[in-house]
Write a protein that binds this ligand. Structure first.
Ligand code: FAD
Length: 401
């Protein structure tokens, strides 16, 4: 498919986005399509934060249906949107929720009802049929439901949005860390940014700033004297070589640890775990987590027990809110929020987008861009639902097209 640069009616307003993960990438594309001049600052390589390290499940929402129906609906809508907008970054392989014991089998009714209420097509199939579809599945399967889950490439979806933003003239600046803000009369006027490859600093002015720093959101907020309620929660994953399944396999039970097996390129990845941490920096899986994940993978697909390990890693979920429950934040919502710091903290010219999931990056960007428009008194509708970005490949080529 040939990408034709969309026509944009340019505005003389500059928006600076801090954080080049999936959320910042989708926001750069959305704002550029609305006509803003966009600058995106990322202190490392693009997508080097949580986005480049997630599980890669394109959620249908079935996982959240019984606990969080709104998020479930949102995931379903965004899954359908992303499948249309960035098809070459998605493997639409479907998902199976399987019960491995009586308690999980009994959860089936609640699961099916909740999926129906959230508009997620979930269809029960016989355990034998599930094993025909996925021969590597545990022989213990007692019940199975087919759902429209999928797999997406953690880099390629946001890379397509970055490529699109750049095609519309956005200034994309990796290796550029925001180290401070200058405010005057209750308004953020400029950010101080440091080019880490030259150890040089400059002052960047903009009409509006958006903190899209995910699990780092609180520390960026603190630079402007803002309280941003984000709690980093570390999650570990373990990948073995080979495809033990081609569909996303989940345990038929409320969301918890070690309950999703995701095929990703030539690997099978079991995840994840969750523990609250002080900082998203330098996270590593613990020995206990790796042993637990190996065991959990083998419960779903017995060959996981002896498969050759490819890699194990850990990333920080940006949980919205304090999330200080006993289950390490598991009870915290996977919802997101766009925080208007003018109404919250009496500091104008800046907002934070916090929480959410990689699956919902587009709608997070839409809500954040709506706030930017309101704050700057601009009437521009979101165009990301009907405008496909270029291929992710364009990010690695010269200018687009
Ligand atoms: C273990 C695990 C598994 C997950 N699995 C899934 C899944 O299967 N499906 C799904 O939909 N979601 C999944 N998620 C959730 C998803 O990964 C995150 O919600 C999403 O990636 C967050 O994106 P973000 O852009 O908000 O944050 P990030 O990707 O973390 O981006 C924030 C960026 O800000 C940058 N930054 C920080 N400080 C500064 C500064 N001072 N100046 C400039 N830049 C700065 C960081 O370097 C970082 O790149 C998972 C999360 C975890 C932890």
């Amino acid at each position: 498919m040939v990408f034709e640069t969309p026509r944009v009616d340019s505005l003389p307003l500059r928006v600076a986005i801090i954080g080049g993960g999936g959320t910042g990438a989708a926001l750069a594309w959305d704002l550029a399509l609305r006509g803003f001049r966009v600058a995106l600052f990322e202190r490392g390589e693009f997508l080097s934060g949580t986005t480049g390290r997630h599980h890669g499940q394109l959620h249908s929402g079935a996982r959240y249906a019984s606990g969080d129906p709104e998020i479930a609906r949102e995931c379903m809508a965004e899954t359908l949107a992303l499948r249309r907008l960035v098809p070459d970054a998605i493997e639409y392989n479907g998902g199976l929720f399987v019960a491995l014991d009586g308690e999980e089998a009994a959860y089936g009714e609640r699961f099916a009802e909740a999926c129906a209420e959230a508009g997620i097509p979930a269809r029960e199939i016989a355990p034998a049929r599930a094993r025909e579809l996925e021969p590597g599945l545990s022989p213990r399967v007692e019940r199975a439901f087919l759902v429209p889950d999928g797999t997406f490439d953690a880099w390629r979806v946001p890379a397509a949005f970055l490529a699109g933003a750049r095609a519309l003239g956005a200034e994309l600046r990796p290796w550029t860390e925001v180290v401070g803000f200058d405010a005057s009369e209750g308004r953020v006027m400029a950010a101080r940014v440091r080019d880490r490859t030259r150890a040089s600093e400059e002052r960047v002015e903009a009409d509006y700033f958006v903190n899209a720093c995910g699990a780092w959101g609180a520390s960026i907020g603190a630079l402007a004297g803002l309280e941003v309620p984000v709690t980093p929660a570390a999650g570990s994953m373990l990948a073995v070589k080979g495809r033990l399944c081609d569909m996303v396999i989940s345990r038929l039970r409320p969301p918890g640890d070690g309950d999703i097996l995701v095929p990703q390129r030539g690997l099978s990845i079991i995840g994840s775990t969750q523990r609250l941490v002080e900082t998203p920096e330098g996270l590593l899986p613990t020995d206990g987590e790796m042993e637990f994940l190996r065991r959990s993978g083998a419960e779903l697909a017995p060959a996981f027990a002896d498969a050759e390990v490819d890699s194990a890693w850990c990333a920080a979920r940006p949980l919205f809110g304090a999330a200080l429950d006993e289950a390490g934040g598991r009870a915290a919502s996977r919802d997101f929020a766009v925080l208007d710091h003018e109404s919250r903290d009496r500091v104008a010219g800046v907002a934070s987008v916090v929480g959410g999931k990689a699956t919902t990056l587009r709608i997070m960007a839409e809500k954040a861009a709506d706030l930017v428009c309101r704050a700057l008194g601009v009437e521009r509708q979101c165009r990301t639902l009907e405008t496909a970005p270029p291929s992710w490949r364009q990010l690695y080529r010269g200018r687009v097209p």
